[in-house]
Design a protein around this ligand. Structure first.
Ligand SMILES: [Zn+2]
Ligand SMILES: [Zn+2]
Length: 334
């Protein structure tokens, strides 16, 4: 039996462990992929911390996978051997529920999420459903492309929820998703105001380098009120903070899968048709649109790379905000 190196998650409170696992076999409609790079995401932290409480166990995390096709499983013929593909968080849907039927496959009743219900990409190999894989723009290296697959895709879905008419956009939490979306927003002529943890001048300078018109502490007011706010930090009180500086008819979009509680606030803050909404997962349409748009902007990803065995360290650095931009695990097969 051939084996591979993988970082294994065995339960909340336990550190990821480097393990030798059997190389998985592609099932019906699946492909075996050799993984080259896999981005690290806040969702991984929510799984490790037990806030997302129903992972497959033991589990290989990682849902921003860049790999090449090694072997097609039965019935799989969409991609050629050796072709480079991306695998996102939405690993599969049932295709039959009412949400899938009306173009909301991101809300599928029976979804499969990569690196949560099935093994993901912090490993030398993985298998993926070919229908949910994407060709990646050639302009990006493997490491540069990885953050496009969740930070980019779900960031883009959140950005679309801001509406085309939004001229002033606030972004709360300036990490992987924000640095990508700020570039898209500037490309589309919007004013971008970036908010970070109080005193995080490194992130504020980073936001300005990505084209933000202003950057400050989340406790500060922006230079003008916002037509829309995107909240990428998992901090519920930011919803209320953002709502207070949002214009009439504006929207506050929560981009994360988990957030601390939102405190009570006066109805007056919501009055005048302000909206609070969340963004869940992604659709294949989001992927196609965003992966076509990214090289046109062109979006440049700022990446800190870690080797596979330092995946746990990368997660801890993400938690404490020790790098700007995105973290990506690079997998070099021995
Ligand atoms: Zn469905
Ligand atoms: Zn993610």
């Amino acid at each position: 039996m051939q084996t591979m190196r993988a970082m294994l998650f065995e339960g909340p409170g336990q550190p990821l462990r480097l393990a030798e696992l059997p190389i998985p076999q592609p099932g019906l409609g699946q492909m075996l992929l050799k993984v080259h790079a896999c981005g690290v995401c806040h969702t991984d932290l929510h799984i490790v911390d037990g806030e997302l409480s129903e992972p497959k166990l033991p589990l290989v995390l990682g849902h921003q996978i860049v790999g090449t096709v090694v072997q097609a499983g039965p019935g799989s013929k969409r991609f050629r051997t050796g072709e480079r593909v991306g695998v996102p968080w939405l690993g599969a849907t049932d295709g039959t529920c009412r949400y899938c039927g009306r173009g909301q496959e991101n809300l599928c009743d029976h979804p499969t999420f990569t690196g949560y219900n099935v093994d993901g990409g912090f490993a030398e190999y993985t298998v993926a459903d070919e229908r949910f894989c994407f060709p990646l723009p050639a302009a990006y290296t493997d490491v540069e492309a990885a953050p496009l697959l969740c930070a980019g895709l779900i960031g883009y879905r959140a950005y679309r929820m801001a509406g085309e008419n939004a001229e002033t956009l606030g972004i709360y939490g300036f990490g992987a998703a924000a640095h990508i979306i700020a570039q898209v927003a500037k490309h589309q002529g919007k004013k971008v105001y970036a908010f970070t943890r109080p005193g995080d001048t490194a992130a504020q300078e980073f936001a300005l380098r990505q084209g933000a018109d202003w950057a400050g502490d989340s406790t500060q007011a922006p230079p003008e009120n916002l037509d829309a706010a995107l909240i990428f930090a998992p901090v519920g009180p930011l919803v209320v903070t953002a709502l207070k500086v949002t214009n009439k008819g504006g929207v506050v979009v929560c981009g994360g899968i988990h957030m601390s509680d939102i405190p009570a606030f006066p109805y007056k803050s919501l009055w005048e048709e302000r909206v609070i909404r969340s963004v869940a997962n992604l659709t294949r349409r989001d992927s196609e649109e965003f992966l076509a748009l990214a090289p046109q902007v062109p979006v440049k990803t700022d990446v800190t790379a870690f080797p596979l065995e330092q995946t746990g360290e990368a997660l801890e650095q993400l938690r404490s905000g020790q790098f700007v931009g995105a973290a990506v695990i690079t997998i070099i097969s021995l």
